[in-house]
Design a protein around this ligand. Structure first.
Ligand code: UD1
Ligand code: CA
Length: 458
């Protein structure tokens, strides 16, 4: 099939300079959700109609398999679909989706596509307890339960039609040659002065084309975003559904209502996640990993049995098995920790490799460093990796002991089994197996007296 995604509208009620369809659900633009669902149907042609907000939509979505058609001015949904016609394959039916309806499931679309075949017109409809604002599905028969005869927009509907609860979700499919023909005869003689796509239904009926409808499993699949309130509601729906999937997979969520996944979170067995965590990009938590509350973890791999304590921030990093991170640790991009590494509170690690069984438990900055096995990095240690212009590496070999409050002025190497005395500013390599210390000699002055506060005259 061809798929056309309508995304040219302004979204006035969002009160934003950003085009509506580029606002995010789960860290991804609304229309990108629609595109991803559309791709699962393997369309022959995929076309996005854009308009409001200049080139922002095509720039955000640029991909080899998508064609963009500009609609300007925006004269209605029928006029929007017309802009896609030059890009469509006339031998395939065309499925029309809305860029501001992000949560439709691919199975609901498949059911609609199957029902319509190649020669019928199919509409995805839903019964709403409050249908206000939607186009109503008008059916034949006194009880409105016969064949579909047309769609009437809320603003054009009579009081009796307002009582109809079956509405148009905006998602429909039909033969492309027919679509082309019907669109060319649309008029804008209606309450909104727009060319309504929905008017093709009555045209199909008059030509004897069969109309079928399909319904989604859940009402929220067809909910659109018109305001920040609806955006927030759909975000919660999305996150709630995702949390349910994780629970079904056996993940322990201390509070499923306080978890945000903005990307792809893969969990092994017996993973536990406390309240308030945010996962972004692609994150893997292997078997037995526990994540404490309020962690933000992005594009990371956490190996078996590791414990991430509360308030950690981890990005583009790998944590080896059985490691202990935090509380309050920050792992920045390029951090690779081997197994059983301990990174404690207020420790920042960046672009560094730390080998097995090494520890930096308190208040340290480790940047551009390569650290061996069983190394102990004392409290307050800092790798001075930047001279204001260039970055340099620090190398700490196996079994070294770095005393507290040491500054390692890179480039510098600490040899195997070396000990660095507390308070050292290391500017030259420290030889293996020896104690290296650089600090002023301690003296005591017994004649020294504390200054006394002067008493002011007046
Ligand atoms: C439309 C349907 C209505 C349906 C509802 C479902 C029509 C006439 N009405 O109404 O039956 O119940 O969706 O949500 O089709 N768009 C363009 N160009 C335009 C106008 C709109 O690209 O000129 C896009 C919008 O960006 C949006 C979609 O089409 O993604 C729907 O437009 P909108 O104005 O929200 O239509 P509704 O009035 O909600
Ligand atoms: Ca709408």
């Amino acid at each position: 099939m061809n798929i056309v995604i309508l995304a040219a509208g302004m979204g006035k009620r969002m009160r934003s300079d950003l085009p509506k369809v580029l606002h995010h659900i789960a860290g991804k633009p609304l229309v990108a959700h629609v595109l991803d669902t559309a791709r699962q149907l393997l369309p022959g042609k995929l076309c996005v109609i854009y308009g409001h907000g200049g080139e922002q939509v095509p720039l955000a979505l640029a991909a080899g398999d998508v064609q963009f058609a500009k609609q300007e001015p925006q004269l209605g949904t029928g006029h929007a679909v017309q802009q896609a016609l030059p890009f469509l394959d006339e031998n395939l039916p065309t499925l029309i989706l809305a860029g501001d309806v992000p949560l439709t499931k691919v199975n609901s679309l498949r059911a609609l596509v199957a029902a319509a075949g190649t020669d019928k017109l199919g509409i995805l409809t839903v019964d709403l307890s409050d249908p206000t604002g939607y186009g109503r599905i008008v059916r034949e028969g006194a009880n409105n339960d016969g064949k579909i005869s047309h769609i009437v927009e809320h603003k054009d509907a009579t009081a009796a039609q307002h009582a109809i609860r079956e509405v148009n979700t905006g998602i429909m499919i039909m033969p492309t040659t027919k679509l082309k023909e019907w669109l060319s005869t649309l008029s804008s003689d209606n309450a909104q002065g727009e060319y309504y796509l929905t008017d093709v239904i009555a045209k199909a009926v008059s030509e004897g084309v069969e109309i079928v409808s399909a319904q989604p499993d859940a009402e929220w699949e067809t909910m659109g975003v018109n305001s920040k309130l609806q955006l927030a509601e759909l975000e919660r729906l999305f996150q709630g559904n995702n949390a349910k999937l994780l629970l079904e997979q056996g993940v322990t969520l201390l509070d499923p209502a306080r978890l945000d996944v903005r990307g792809n979170l893969q969990c092994g067995r017996d993973v536990s996640i406390d309240a308030g965590c945010i996962f972004e990009g692609t994150v893997t938590l292997e078997d037995g990993v526990t994540v404490g509350s309020c962690c933000v973890i992005k594009n990371a791999h956490i190996a078996k049995g590791s414990s991430i304590k509360p308030f950690c921030h981890i990005e583009d990093s790998v944590v080896g098995a059985g490691s202990q991170i935090g509380p309050y640790a920050r792992l920045r991009p390029g951090t690779t920790l081997a197994e059983d590494v301990h990174i404690g509170n207020f420790v920042e690690v960046k672009n560094s490799q730390i080998s097995a069984h090494s520890k930096a438990n308190h208040l340290a900055y480790i940047g551009d460093a390569t650290i061996g096995e069983r190394v102990n990095v004392g409290a307050g240690t800092i790798t001075c990796n930047y001279d204001g212009a260039n970055k340099f590496r620090t190398i700490i070999e196996d079994d070294a002991f770095i005393g507290s409050d040491t500054q390692l002025v890179a480039p510098v190497t600490v040899g195997k089994g070396a000990t660095i005395g507390a308070g050292t500013t290391l500017t030259k390599d420290a030889p293996a197996g020896q104690l290296t210390v650089s600090r002023a000699k301690q003296i005591s002055i017994n004649s020294w007296e504390r200054p006394v506060k002067k008493v002011k005259a007046n």
